[in-house]
Design a protein around this ligand. Structure first.
Ligand code: PEP
Ligand code: MN
Length: 337
């Protein structure tokens, strides 16, 4: 950590900051420059109370050299984490495509979509049985009946199941049916849910909050790893900026940042990331090109009558095209889909 002093800070102010740092069991290294003094801080094994130092007279700024996350960082583990679920490896050479409807609506709907996406090469079927909806009057999902349908999809089509746990109450039942427990954008900082999901030891698909910084995103993952569950798949699903043409803005640069900073796999969700079916293919191509370890895509055979997110659902035919295109792009990067 570096403590940057004001230009006008006196020698006494610098000395007082150094005494405070030493009183915390740390070592202060004042470096007098031509314009101002900076104080390097070393010896910190855990989080330093930077606010207390910042509150001292003469302190202009605090700069953190080491990021606050530990278990998720490449410093902690240099090799990529590869999560193996019944032979499907996430974070390895294969870009894993997860596809399915926004919501589980019926057995017939899920079977129709699952049959198609499985044939086209998807490895994971996605579909919400507990839905986070902006309005309490919108379709809230089929609950456990929906999970049972997902269980049938798994048996019949051999797809893994990713489905959302909306709260700590529904987590146990979701964990019984899901191969991958999804934590949605709205819950990225629901710390009790993160902890409980961590304790299941099941793979967790953690979506980035819609206004979360990347540091906050990785700190949320840290909660799951801190429960001794290393099986976290991060998901960039778009952030809110004042966009007028898209629902969210898919932050493509998050993907190389996370790959460099963390050993965890990261996939992209171009469906929520744009909110528009006509943008899903181009953003899928782009996501694979920037290094995503997979995609989470909403597919519906009848988008006009979908009970949620119809505007961003691609048809099975568009999904075929998507698979062809991302497979070609992955090959350039010596990857498969
Ligand atoms: C979803 O995947 O259906 C969903 C609700 O996503 P998000 O949490 O990213 O909005
Ligand atoms: Mn959705």
């Amino acid at each position: 950590m570096l403590v940057v002093m004001e230009k006008a800070a006196t020698d006494q102010m610098v000395a007082k900051v150094c005494v405070l740092i030493e009183s915390m069991g740390l070592t202060a290294h004042p470096i007098a420059g031509a314009q101002r003094t900076v104080v390097g801080v070393t010896g910190n094994k855990s989080k330093v109370d930077a606010d207390k130092i910042f509150a001292q007279p003469g302190v202009k700024d605090i700069m953190h050299v080491t990021p606050p996350f530990r278990l998720v960082s490449r410093d902690h583990k240099s090799e990529d984490t590869i999560i193996n679920i019944n032979g499907v490896e996430i974070g390895g050479k294969d870009c894993v495509i997860m596809a399915g409807p926004c919501s589980v609506e019926s057995r017939e709907q899920c079977f129709t979509i699952a049959e198609h996406v499985a044939r086209a090469g998807a490895k994971v079927f996605r579909g919400g049985a507990f839905k986070p909806r902006t309005s309490p009057y919108s379709f809230q999902g089929l609950g456990e009946d929906g999970l049972r349908i997902l269980g049938e999809v798994k048996d019949k089509f051999g797809l893994l199941i990713a489905t959302e746990a909306l709260d700590t109450e529904s987590l146990d039942v979701v964990a019984r049916y899901a191969d991958i427990i999804q934590i949605g954008a709205r819950n990225m900082q629901n710390f009790s849910l993160l902890r409980k999901a961590g304790r299941t030891k099941k793979p967790v698909l953690l979506k980035r909050g819609m206004s979360a910084t990347l540091e906050e995103f990785l700190m949320a993952a840290e909660y799951i790893l801190a429960e001794d569950n290393p099986n976290v798949i991060l998901c960039e699903r778009g952030v809110r900026i004042s966009a007028d043409r898209t629902r969210n803005t898919l932050d493509l640069s998050a993907i190389p940042y996370v790959k460099r900073t963390s050993h965890l796999p990261i996939i992209a969700d171009p469906s929520h990331g744009t909110g528009r079916k006509d943008y899903v293919l181009p953003l899928s191509r782009a996501s694979i090109a920037v290094g995503a370890d997979g995609l989470l895509v909403e597919v519906h055979h009848d988008p006009a009558n979908a009970l949620s997110d119809g505007a961003q659902a691609i048809t099975p035919e568009m999904f075929d095209q998507l698979m062809d295109q991302v497979t070609s792009i992955a090959a350039i990067l010596d990857r498969t889909c």
